[in-house]
Design a protein around this ligand. Sequence first.
Ligand code: PGA
Length: 253
Amino acid sequence: MRKKIVAGNWKMNLTLAQGEQLINDILQTGLKLKEGQEVVVATPFPYLLKAKALLKNNPGFYLASQNVASEKSGAYTGEVSAEMLKSVGVDYVIIGHSERREYFQESNAALAKKIDQTLANGLKPIFCCGEPLEIRKAETQNDYVAKQLEESLYHLTVEQLKDVVIAYEPIWAIGTGLTASAAQAQDMHAFIRSQIAAKYGREAALHMSILYGGSAKPSNAEELFSCPDVDGGLIGGASLVAADFTAIIQKLA
Ligand code: PGA
């Protein structure tokens, strides 16, 4: 009923030649996606056009950018607008990754504007949320994530929300080798879905794909993806190795 998605976030890694090789290696495994399954590749900006050309005749494979400007157009040196992304064939946009929030001071309010630009240009946001370690230790992660959802998403209409994918990424698990246990992931995903249901109704909540991110790898993906509210993963480190990334895709339930 809802889409199952594995998205690879390359972050600031790989040259163009290495990226091309990686996409070709992934495609050459002959991976067959089942109905309702999608693979998303989020490359650095300069590789988007090339990546689109490689992915385009492969049903179920989609292209993402890792960021987008919060403004429509104009004098914003170094920024890339949603309209530009659309014009080069981007499908999804990762918004609010914890590295953007932490190193580039992206606030929930600024992310709300990025969501609006993304949707206004017919692109689909992958909205990242998740708590740092001290919040998890204080057991206040639910309040923390609820606020992220409220301040960046709850101005949307139920119709707009249909194009939004959420990625829960506990910051303490990103790139650390520490993974949330399947039970921790399921608890938070169920909580997020319940929040969406309270705000937008059960139907909208059941339709929403919620991905897990944070040191997902071939050895733990099956257990994570078997959780009823985990609809796939946002994969960092393991998305840079074709064999690992495709092994994770094959764990989609
Ligand atoms: P990781 O990154 O898989 O390397 O932990 C996940 C992410 O940041 O999206």
